[in-house]
Design a protein around this ligand. Structure first.
Ligand SMILES: C[S@@+](CC[C@H](N)C(=O)[O-])C[C@H]1O[C@@H](n2cnc3c(N)ncnc32)[C@H](O)[C@@H]1O
Length: 298
């Protein structure tokens, strides 16, 4: 658990707000009830990851669950009556959140985000290659779901496009489908333009599906544990208003830059990562080059 900063700082430009502070305090004191159409919550995982000055481990699972219930209650209050929430958690801790949330919201989907595993793989058990996501709505009779904005091409196994003869005029089968609840997206890699220096940055493509499906342009999207502000960056690109909350200064700086709110913090110029790439020349020798990127490059 982290030391709490004494004050909360708010930065804003147009429809985009960044809070530097503790999520529970910001939600409680700064966000009006029933004002947010979509929340994406990706809290610390309670597995001992290090986030800048923060070690992500609570003394017991029960302590972690108690802390989660406090911000979950606040999130439910901040949602509009037709609002939706996506919650991520470690596979170990998700059952606590699922049992709690199903009493307070309607859980429509239990999504699995699975990904490539190029890292060290466990040898003594089946290593983790997915993260669970709960998709919940406040009112199952009244919520936003833009199915047409998230269609994917289904794999039929057929070489040629199939014809549906059951129709009065035979037509091609529609191969566009709403995705099921197993989502494949590659993890964010160093060489990807969106990469920031954070141990659990989520891919923009993952967030894009949630934002497109569960909000409309002009809606407000809130991310209480913003990290690199992926949800805000995607929502901004898709014409939504955003609120992101983050405790760690290093990541607040990423958010201010990524959302183009300001290019300095306390006099420090907020530069994008200066990435070093290892390339091989014709002789197979390693050559290190730096890709220069301009400030505020999208
Ligand atoms: C799993 S990461 C979020 C990653 C993010 N979704 C992204 O794509 O970059 C959780 C983040 O919560 C932040 N955090 C931890 N405790 C917090 C608190 N009490 N209030 C606000 N943010 C907090 C951590 O610094 C970390 O960046």
């Amino acid at each position: 658990m982290a030391e709490q900063p004494r004050t909360i700082e708010r930065f804003c430009k147009g429809d985009h707000v960044v809070y530097w502070g503790d999520a529970i305090r910001v939600l409680d004191d700064h966000i009006a009830d029933s004002t947010v159409q979509l929340i994406f919550a990706d809290p610390p995982y309670n597995i001992g990851k290090r986030f800048a000055g923060f070690v992500d481990k609570w003394p017991t699972d029960a302590d972690y669950a108690k802390w989660c219930y406090r911000w979950l209650d606040l999130c439910v209050k901040k949602l509009t009556p037709n609002g939706s929430m996506y919650v991520m958690a470690s596979t170990q801790c998700m059952p606590y959140l699922d049992l709690y949330l199903r009493e307070r919201m309607c859980v429509l989907s239990r999504i699995v985000w699975h990904y490539d595993s190029s890292g060290v793989q466990a040898r003594g058990y089946f290593g983790s290659a997915y993260e669970p996501i709960l998709f919940c709505v406040k009112d199952s009779e009244n919520y936003t779901f833009n199915a047409h904005d998230v269609l994917i091409r289904a794999k039929t196994g057929a070489e040629r496009r199939l014809i549906d003869y059951r129709k009065s005029v035979p037509a091609m089968y529609s191969t566009d489908k709403v995705p099921g609840n197993a989502w494949y997206f590659p993890r964010v890699r160093y060489r990807m333009p969106e990469y920031e220096n954070h141990p659990s940055q989520k891919p923009e493509a993952l967030l894009e599906r949630m934002v497109r499906a569960s909000s409309n342009p002009g809606d407000t999207i809130l991310d209480p544990f913003a990290g690199t502000f992926t949800a805000s960056a995607v929502a901004r690109r898709l014409g939504r208003a955003t609120i992101g909350i983050e405790l760690q200064e290093e990541f607040v700086k990423v958010g201010l830059r990524r959302l183009q709110i300001q290019d300095r913090l306390n006099g420090e110029l907020l530069r994008p990562l200066d990435k070093k790439y290892i390339r091989r020349n014709a002789n197979g020798r390693k050559r290190v080059s730096t890709k220069e990127r301009t400030l505020f490059e999208d």
